[in-house]
Design a protein around this ligand. Structure first.
Ligand code: MG
Length: 432
């Protein structure tokens, strides 16, 4: 033992300078950072590799299904991590870049500690939720991608391994009118693409049966219209296909309760946010009044945001948005918390294949995963070529890749087509 220990100590005390000399000296002046990074990865193990240091962070903003902010974290060894955050008002990118002060010079593999330093550094600036946490989320996902690339492992492996190889996706139909020509086109396509679940929206601000432009108490006419949309869709798809229905948290409690009861015959996968999530008691009241499963969570943040929802049994299914809930680690904690209440986890997801694949690693690593959203049916061309790996959904499932990190890389030629005009495209960084 002592001999081994000494040998181990000698190995560990190999200095960073000695190591860099062995790796980089023969190629000094020849290798750019990416090549140096490859050499470091090939000629070392994770135990004797020099510690990475974050050198910069940059952003690119795109508009597809809403605004998404892509994040890159750069290191002194050429490794670059990529992340994506979503649904944030203009200003997220500036917030991300403001996090430089917490990150430059730090070891990117201490993901949770870096996350906590940024979160606690903002508790007087809105770090309880919203845009601050959305911005932090994009950074956190980039750190996970980086960790996977540095350790040569897929993210799911770093999260304790996988419960499943394939992630079941549901198709959000993104329809204005589930009774018209759009539905005649989309419903057959969703089936032919192999999806086993789909979603429609039944809130409609333009419903002629609305008596007030501001108040969201649905009239009988509106409720009849909602039930007709659900019935028509349910009868147009195979009975084996699950149907979820979204009310977008717009209506009041009496409407939410009436609709949840009225759609009971259609055995929905869930009814989503019949009321806003801001009053958990009101959500719980609806849930306890109906047999229709209630789903909630796309606008809640971090584990603290889900605590009351779960404690009060206000939702049958939780749906954190992994691109704004706080990150991959945080989404996993929410899923684990939900599991203690025997509540399944069905992430909200409206982002590109990069964010979707990052979500897939979380979905693979928790036992109570139900189904994950896909929301780019109206942007299929962009979707299919957004990453160099091409289409990632096959017959309604995403296969979790074994490549290091997230496992997909942006195809910038496609992504730049969606760039928000006048915004930086990964500028102000130290890329070689
Ligand atoms: Mg929703």
């Amino acid at each position: 033992m002592p001999g081994n220990l000494q040998a181990g100590t000698r190995e560990r005390t190999t200095s960073r300078r000695t190591f860099f000399q062995s790796v980089a000296a023969p190629v000094a002046g020849v290798f750019a950072l990416p090549a140096l990074s490859a050499a470091v990865q090939e000629r070392s193990t994770v135990y004797n590799r020099p510690k990475l240091k974050i050198t910069d962070i940059s952003t690119a903003e795109v508009m597809v299904h809403g605004l998404q902010t892509h994040v890159r974290v750069y290191t002194d060894q050429g490794l670059v991590g990529q992340g994506e955050s979503t649904d944030a008002a203009v200003g997220t990118a500036a917030l991300v870049r403001s996090f430089r002060r917490f990150l430059i010079g730090k070891d990117p593999l201490n993901i949770d500690a870096l996350w906590e330093s940024i979160r606690t550094g903002g508790i007087f600036a809105g770090a309880q939720g919203g845009q601050y946490i959305t911005a932090l989320t994009g950074v956190e996902i980039a750190l996970w991608d980086l960790a996977g690339k540095a350790l040569n492992l897929p993210i799911y492996q770093l999260m304790g391994g996988k419960f499943r190889d394939r992630i079941r996706m549901y198709c959000d139909s993104d329809m204005q009118d589930p009774m018209g020509a759009e539905a005649d086109k989309k419903l057959p396509w969703i089936q032919s693409a192999g999806f086993t679940a789909m979603k429609i929206d039944i809130d409609d601000a333009r419903d002629p049966a609305r008596f007030d432009r501001v108040n969201w108490t649905a009239s009988n006419g509106e409720i009849d219209r909602m039930v007709t949309w659900v019935k028509r869709t349910r009868e147009s798809i195979p009975k084996e296909m699950d149907l979820a229905v979204d009310m977008h948290g717009r209506y009041d409690a009496t409407t939410g309760k009436r609709v949840a009861i009225a759609v009971e015959p259609y055995r929905l996968l869930w009814l989503e946010e019949p009321v806003p999530p801001d009053n958990i008691d009101a959500m719980a009241d609806i849930r306890h009044s109906t047999k229709t499963p209630i789903c909630c969570g796309e606008n809640l943040y971090m584990r603290w945001g889900f605590r009351e929802l779960l404690e009060k049994r206000a939702a049958d299914i939780v749906m954190p948005d992994i691109q704004k809930v706080g990150g991959l680690s945080e989404a996993r904690k929410v899923a684990n918390l939900a599991q203690t209440y025997f509540v399944p986890f069905a992430p909200h997801c409206v982002v590109s294949p990069i964010g979707t694949m990052a979500s897939a690693h979380v979905c693979a690593s928790v036992p109570n995963f139900l189904v994950c959203e896909w929301h780019w049916i109206n942007h299929r061309e962009l979707w299919a070529s957004w990453v160099k790996e091409g289409e990632i959904i096959v017959r309604g499932y995403v296969t979790v890749p074994d490549k290091p990190g997230i496992g997909v890389e942006m195809n910038e030629e496609t992504a730049r087509k969606a760039q928000v005009p006048g915004t930086p495209w990964f500028e102000g960084n130290t890329r070689s």
